[in-house]
Write a protein that binds this ligand. Structure first.
Ligand SMILES: [Ca+2]
Ligand SMILES: [Ca+2]
Length: 164
């Protein structure tokens, strides 16, 4: 292709892009670039429910305007909760949340980001009674985000204490 016709193609593309941007602006839509997932906020609440059931309610929020894009491409959050002792942590359970495993709709997205709200339930004196009997129990969870490109984020909740 001759140099002048390459330039002509370039100009035509620029004009077409300019027209597109003008049309999008006129429609009142934002053209801001997608915000990648670079932070994750997590929380854990231990809650005893009569009669004798203990819930570990855990939560994650990942700010991004591409939440459904991440989830549709297979992003997941792996939750592992531990009983905490002075010398080590004992794994209590692990759950993987993604759209492939979401019949209870625990993970989803909005324009603000990806949300996860889920619970693990156990009998009082069971799974979460990590220091047996009358000794106080300590539970803490690790939440790990994994996206389809291999990007990861790991965050720990605060430790919850009680008689579980
Ligand atoms: Ca403990
Ligand atoms: Ca205990």
């Amino acid at each position: 292709m001759a140099k002048h016709s390459k330039l002509a193609v370039g100009w035509a593309r620029s004009l077409a892009l300019g027209a597109l941007v003008t049309a999008v602006s006129a429609a009142g839509l934002t053209v801001a670039p997608a915000a990648a997932a670079t932070e994750m906020y997590v929380d854990l609440t231990m809650r005893e429910v009569s009669p004798g059931a203990v819930f570990a309610d855990y939560y994650a929020f990942i700010p991004t305007d591409s939440g459904w894009g991440y989830l549709n491409n297979g992003a997941s959050i792996t939750v592992t909760c531990y009983g905490v002792d002075a010398i080590r942590k004992e794994r209590l359970f692990t759950k993987v949340h993604s759209l492939a495993n979401n019949s209870a709709q625990q993970i989803w997205a909005t324009a603000a980001g990806v949300d996860l709200i889920a619970s693990q339930v156990a009998s009082k004196g069971g799974l979460f009674d990590e220091d047996r009997g009358a000794e106080e129990d300590e539970v803490q969870c690790e939440l790990k985000w994994l996206d389809a490109d291999g990007g990861t984020m790991t965050r720990w909740t605060a430790m919850e204490r009680g008689f579980f």
